[in-house]
Design a protein around this ligand. Structure first.
Ligand code: AMP
Length: 394
């Protein structure tokens, strides 16, 4: 019998939702509550290809969830809320406690709370969503799907920093890896596509936040990410890897506090910081066309960092079945993919320019003669959450 499952992605001031009919994986309705707890809050519902936007005061996540349940009934998506059998929540940080998705009970809630210090912006928001649904759809089972879950299979030699080992053990100061739900989706997709149970991949998720993984035997093996979400690749506003001691130097030179410097590295760096124009890759591409030297530099840094990580991640694998591109930039920017793949020529990877000239579609974008095939794989984190929720609840 088919049944309905909600997928929830809660941020500190937003709540994204989709209602799925499972196991068909059919999206019945989706939407987004924005600016929760801030002025000018609103929500948008997507239904039958139509977008409906409503301005409304949203003081907290509970009010958003209350409206959401009312709208599901208003639009007759459900006749009664007990048709919703499960609610799957994306939870950003599972520390080293959760290697897999899990049904939520009091113990899980208290463990997520105990991990607040590792993700102070994200985990509290995720928990607010969990608690609100407990109140408004009490009969639905809730499931947590962790962004750190898929990366949890990384071996110790790939997640340990060369710091005093007691710090790794006692404080959990190690690499975790995020975006796991997206990289797992791509891995599952490629297993089917290549018709192999065990795939070795390099998966690139390039968007406002960017990350890469090497996948060995279909499991996360190494990553560009680290302890925090500001490591590895250059992102829209995040610096990615920088020398830690430069922070101390910049504090002295600029007179800014530690927190202020970290804020700049998170919110005013990356494509935005270098170009001085925008964090959006479409604006960077426009600037490049107009010969803006800083946009050209920002894009070069972005591409070079990715190419460097491809080489690094490749070395850890004995063979690579495919390199994949997902995320807003990975799926939609032929220019960026071309620049990356052309730099891989010494590794005998050959771009198919015509095939690459596409957006948002699963496509092989390298020539048959290429040593390793590269693909665009549009990611779908929501369906991954719906699948795990369905499998644990049914
Ligand atoms: P995401 O965080 O995955 O939603 O990705 C956001 C990024 O994707 C932004 O930098 C957008 O500029 C970029 N993006 C979306 N569409 C395009 C496009 N058509 N061409 C280039 N970049 C795009």
């Amino acid at each position: 019998m088919n049944s309905k499952y909600l997928v929830i992605n809660g941020g500190s001031s937003s709540l994204k939702f989709s209602l799925y009919e499972m196991p068909e994986e059919k999206v019945l309705i989706s939407g987004l509550f924005e600016r929760i707890g801030i002025d000018n809050s609103s929500y948008t519902i997507k239904l039958n290809g139509e977008k409906i936007k409503k301005e409304v005061t949203l003081n907290n996540h509970e009010e958003a969830v209350k409206i959401l349940t009312e709208e599901l009934l208003n639009y007759k998506i459900v006749n009664s809320l007990d048709e919703i059998k499960g609610v799957g929540h994306r939870v950003v940080h599972g520390g080293d406690k959760f290697k897999e998705s899990t049904l939520i009970n009091d113990e899980v809630i208290s463990t997520i709370r105990n991990l607040f210090h590792l993700a102070p912006l994200h985990n509290p928001a995720n928990l607010m969503g969990i608690e609100a649904f407990k109140e408004f759809i009490p009969d639905a089972k809730e499931v947590a799907i962790f962004d750190t879950g898929f990366p949890a299979s990384m071996p110790m030699e790939n997640y340990t920093y060369a710091i005093p080992y007691e710090w790794t053990e006692k404080y959990g100061a190690r690499k975790y890896g995020f975006h796991g739900i997206s990289h797992e989706y791509v891995t599952e997709f490629m297993k089917k596509e290549l018709n192999k149970e065990n795939v070795n991949l390099i998966t690139c998720h390039l968007g406002n936040g960017s990350s890469m993984f090497s996948i060995k035997d279909s499991k996360a093996f190494d990553t560009s990410l680290g302890f925090s979400t500001n490591s590895g690749l250059i992102m829209g506003t995040r610096s990615g890897d920088v020398d830690t001691l430069m922070v101390q130097y910049l504090m002295k030179e600029t007179g800014l506090s530690f927190d202020e410097i970290i804020n700049v590295l998170n919110k005013e760096s990356g494509l935005l910081g270098v170009s001085g124009v925008s964090s959006d890759s479409r604006d960077i591409e426009e600037g490049m066309k107009n010969g803006n030297a800083r946009c050209i530099l920002a894009q070069a840094l972005f591409v070079n960092r990715i190419v460097g990580y491809i080489a690094k991640l490749w070395i850890g694998l004995d063979h690579v079945d495919a390199i994949t591109f997902a995320g807003g930039i990975g799926e939609n920017s032929p220019v960026t993919r071309k620049q990356i793949i052309e730099k891989l020529k010494p590794l005998e990877i050959e771009l198919d320019e015509e095939a690459n000239n596409v957006r948002g579609k699963f496509t092989l974008i390298t020539k048959e003669s290429s040593k390793i095939p590269c693909y665009i794989v549009p990611t779908d984190e929501e369906v991954m959450i719906a699948r795990d929720t369905y499998n644990l609840v049914k």
